[in-house]
Design a protein around this ligand. Sequence first.
Ligand SMILES: Cc1cc2nc3c(=O)[nH]c(=O)nc-3n(C[C@H](O)[C@H](O)[C@H](O)COP(=O)(O)O)c2cc1C
Length: 201
Amino acid sequence: MTNILHIKSSILGDAGQSNQISQKFVDQYLITHGGSELTVRDLSENPIPHLTGEAIGGYALAPEDRTEAQAEAAALSDTLINELRTADIIVMGLPMYNFGVSSSMKAWIDYVARAGETFTYTENGPVGLLKGKKAYIFAARGGKYFGTATDTQTGFIETILKFFGIVDYEIVYAEGLNMGDEPKADALAAANVKVAELAAA
Ligand SMILES: Cc1cc2nc3c(=O)[nH]c(=O)nc-3n(C[C@H](O)[C@H](O)[C@H](O)COP(=O)(O)O)c2cc1C
């Protein structure tokens, strides 16, 4: 059985383009890959709080020594890491907000990036601990930045995936979504073609 984790990070929920495109991929993938199990982590429906120093300080403590806030943060981090660890396929709806990922996606990353859990430090630098996974990233942008230095959204997410050891990934871009009706329709049509290709593979 294949476990799919769908992480939605648009602030617009189901109206978000990145959520809609990634949802189309998931729907088609489930049809073409029978027997798959789906877990959804919707970051606008269930917002993740900012990580705090107190929360991080609690990770290393025995459960009985944690404050209530530390226990809650550790439980949330454990849950999110477990979802990631058990996933074979990771699907992300990834909007560009102010040249980066959404603050909800950043908060998710802050809770799952934990030494000894998703990566470890070695003499040769950090090594990712999440092996053998495949990620599909559906990036939505109002403007067009593919291949430019201002594409600080997907570059960042690629760095994070590799840091966790996830080296097999596909990125689908829906760009120019706020540049008028025609560019938007063209971008969504092109993204839908990629969605169908990837879901059928
Ligand atoms: C708060 C905010 C910031 C945005 N910043 C950018 C940006 O820096 N560059 C860009 O091309 N589009 C930007 N946009 C437009 C979004 O990338 C575009 O609306 C895209 O569809 C967002 O994905 P979503 O529909 O899944 O939320 C921004 C939109 C919002 C709401």
